[in-house]
Structures are given as C-alpha cells and as structure tokens.
Design a binder for this molecule. Structure first.
Ligand SMILES: Nc1ncnc2c1ncn2[C@@H]1O[C@H](COP(=O)(O)OP(=O)(O)O)[C@@H](O)[C@H]1O
Ligand SMILES: [Mg+2]
Length: 214
C-alpha cells in the first residue's frame, strides 16, 4: 500500500476547514496515525513562521510576487519535511489548500497570471501533485456572507467592490482549474448543508479510505 496525498481547495468560506475537521473526527478512531492532516500556508514550524510573515497585518506593503514566493517557500518546506515523509511511511495526508490555491489567488486574484504562478511553483514542488483534490465550489457572495456572519460589523463594511472582484477572479480561476484537471479535481456543491457536503466528501474519499483502515 502506498501513501496518498489529498487536498481540499476552494474560495474562502466554502467549508474546507469545517469538513476537514468532521472527516478527522470520524476517521481518527479507524485510521489512527495513518491519517495525517496539514494546512497551507504552514504545516510545520518553519512553514508556520513563513505563514506569520504572510498573514501579518503589519505587512501591508508586501509586493504580490513576494507574497507568491513566500507561499511557494512555505509549500516547499511542508511537502519536503511533512507530506512526503508521511507518504513514504504509507500514510494518508489531507492538506487544507495546496498549489491550486496559489494559482487561483496569486495567479487569478492578484492577476500575476495562472501560468506564471504554476511555472514558478514547479521549482518549489518539482511537479509533486495531489492524488486527489476536492474542490468546494461556492458562489463568491455566499462565501462572503458566511465569513461576514463571524465578523464584527465594521470589518464587514470593508468588503468593498474591489474585494468582490478579487474573489470573483479567484473563483473563476478555480473553475478553470477544475475543468482542466477533471481526473485529479473532484467538485462538490458547497451550497448544500454542512451534512450534505460532508456526505459528498466521504463518498469521494471512500475508495482511498478503504485502503488505509486498520
Ligand atoms: N455547507 C455550509 N452551509 C452553511 N454554512 C457553512 C457551510 N460550510 C461551512 N459553513 C460555515 O461557513 C464558515 C466558513 O467555513 P470554513 O470551513 O471556515 O470555510 P473555509 O475553510 O473553506 O474558508 C463557518 O462559519 C462555517 O460554519
Ligand atoms: Mg479554512
């Protein structure tokens, strides 16, 4: 049995982290330490340090290509130090975001270009791709509504038109990625209830999970 690498992708508020936690709760009994989870940017101490630089509110002057390079650097560290060793040890690794996020956010959202971001990331990943990607497809407005629910009102007001354009470009890039990679990327309708999305995700994961159960 070989290890497997599975990623969750989609725009903010699509439900990736919620469903990943549900999958974890459900599977940790059955799978024990055969199941490893990670997140981007981050996943281990060095990559988490890079995450702090990327997400630090003080860094408003960060150039968009600097940002893209930092994401790629964090990615490199996570796959080399955490993901690949776990896979070599025959584990199932599920990661909250990976390369597709950079293509969608920095390539599409920040308009650096999807191909440029993909090419730059080839240096970081050496072509290492997930065995399976679950794409949580949610209309942008719905995602923003979900996030707004959890925030103070003055912050919600800062979601201006430009922000919505940004999120629309991210969503459009994800749609192109899903269409161009139908074998790797499986889409889930993330407008459904949390339970329905969870059931869809379990169905997609099932063929992989059976291999790893104790
Ligand atoms: N299918 C769903 N229906 C309604 N609300 C949801 C659904 N999935 C997630 N949420 C809620 O939306 C918010 C964002 O979810 P989260 O899992 O953090 O999204 P992501 O990790 O994709 O950004 C949370 O408050 C969560 O409870
Ligand atoms: Mg999340």
């Amino acid at each position: 049995m070989a290890g497997k690498f599975i990623t969750f992708e989609g725009t903010d508020g699509a439900g990736k982290t919620t469903i990943l936690n549900m999958v974890l709760d459900y599977l940790k009994e059955e799978m024990g330490d055969k199941l490893v989870t990670s997140r981007e940017p981050g996943g281990n101490p060095i990559a988490e340090s890079i995450r702090e630089v990327i997400l630090d509110r003080k860094n408003v002057d960060m150039d968009k290509r600097t940002e893209a390079l930092l994401y790629a650097a964090a990615r490199r560290q996570n796959i080399e130090q955490t993901v690949k060793p776990a896979i070599a040890d025959n584990k199932l690794v599920i990661c909250d975001r990976y390369l597709d996020s950079s293509i969608a956010y920095q390539g599409g959202g920040r308009e650096i270009g999807e191909d440029a971001i993909n090419e730059m990331n080839q240096f970081a990943t050496e072509g290492f791709l997930p065995d399976l990607t679950i794409y949580f497809n949610l209309p942008v407005e719905e995602g923003l509504k979900r996030i707004a629910k959890n925030r103070a009102e003055e912050e919600v007001d800062r979601l201006d038109v430009e922000t919505i354009d940004f999120h629309n470009r991210v969503h459009a890039a994800y749609q192109r990625l899903a269409k161009a990679n139908p074998k790797r990327i499986k889409s889930v309708d993330a407008t459904q209830s949390i339970d329905a999305v969870y059931q869809n995700v379990l169905e997609i994961l099932q063929p992989y999970l059976n291999e790893f159960k104790k």
